[in-house]
Design a protein around this ligand. Structure first.
Ligand SMILES: *[C@@H]1O[C@H](CO)[C@@H](O)[C@H](O)[C@H]1NC(C)=O
Ligand SMILES: *[C@@H]1O[C@H](CO)[C@@H](O)[C@H](O)[C@H]1NC(C)=O
Length: 270
């Protein structure tokens, strides 16, 4: 059986039909998406490019996103992905944005960040907002090498050794320290408490290096205290004995003449 387009004269017809079908499909798509035909270059729905204070800005706030969108222009300096449904940030999610300075991921449902989430932003990123998410922890490597001010407020933090280590690597955005509060997954006695004052007075890396060092210090202190007590006890004992010895001749001196003398002197004395 011969195919419709097998003969040379008819070859153009099916192609034209295909093209018109394609056209119809795009027309349907245009109608379906409310007139905004998505193309690889156009920003994702709900997102737009703006020029703010001379800086190329990409805004995707409240756009219903459940993953970091593609198609963000590579000259973006400020990126707003706040108030979406982002649950995680994969490794290298922003590494194609070589001049990104400000990244707002606040008010999402982030519970997990890759340790390499901000990889490639070491030279440029200055401000990172991770506030109002579901973060209980952040991989220790996530902020390494970044020169950022970060907002970590309003997350259910675990308040453990890992968080203590993470906070040693970043500067907090001014006034955001009090917003770091321990969440329900934290040690029961820490839940609801502000983390920074806790971390200041307690070494939370108890099982690690710090804890081992501290128990060694305690052991040393106890040993030294023991020795000191021994020395003091010996000194007291020595002094007591000396006092006994210096007193004894004094006691004995009056006794000896009394014994050697006759009772008459004793009677006169009495
Ligand atoms: C963005 O990509 C284009 C094309 O790949 C490139 O020519 C341009 O230098 C890039 N811009 C930046 C800021 O990297
Ligand atoms: C930090 O995040 C909290 C909660 O989203 C917000 O209220 C506050 O303004 C933020 N502060 C800064 C300095 O970004």
């Amino acid at each position: 059986m011969a195919l419709p387009w097998s003969s040379t004269p008819e070859q153009c017809q099916p192609v034209a039909m295909l093209q018109s079908a394609d056209h119809l499909l795009s027309l349907l798509l245009v109608i379906g998406t409310g007139g905004s035909m998505p193309s690889p270059q156009a920003p994702p729905q709900g997102c737009y490019v703006a020029e703010e204070a001379g800086e190329r800005t990409f805004r995707c706030s409240q756009a219903g996103l459940s993953s970091v969108p593609t198609g963000i222009p590579n000259d973006t300096r400020k990126l707003y992905l706040d108030a979406n449904q982002l649950a995680s940030v994969p490794a290298g999610a922003f590494q194609h944005l070589p001049v990104l300075e400000e990244l707002d991921l606040s008010h999402n449902i982030l519970a997990h960040l890759s340790g390499a989430a901000f990889q490639g932003l070491e030279g440029t990123l200055r401000h990172l907002d991770l506030s109002a998410n579901q973060l209980a922890s952040v991989p220790v490597g996530a902020f390494v090498g970044l020169q950022i001010q970060v907002n970590l407020s309003s997350n259910p933090w675990h308040c453990d050794c890992a968080l203590q280590e993470v906070l040693r690597q970043v500067r907090l955005a001014p006034g955001t320290g009090t917003g770091i509060v321990c969440g329900p997954g934290a040690r029961p006695d820490l839940v609801g408490q502000e983390f920074l004052p806790l971390a200041g007075e307690e070494e939370l890396c108890g099982a690690g290096r710090g804890g081992a060092r501290r128990s060694t210090d305690v052991a040393l202190l106890v040993t030294m205290g023991g020795w000191l007590a021994l020395v003091v006890a010996y000194l007291v004992h020595y002094m007591w004995q000396n006092r006994e010895e210096t007193r004894r001749p004094l006691k004995q001196v009056p006794v000896l003449p009394m014994c050697s003398k006759d009772p008459s002197t004793l009677s006169t004395a009495v």
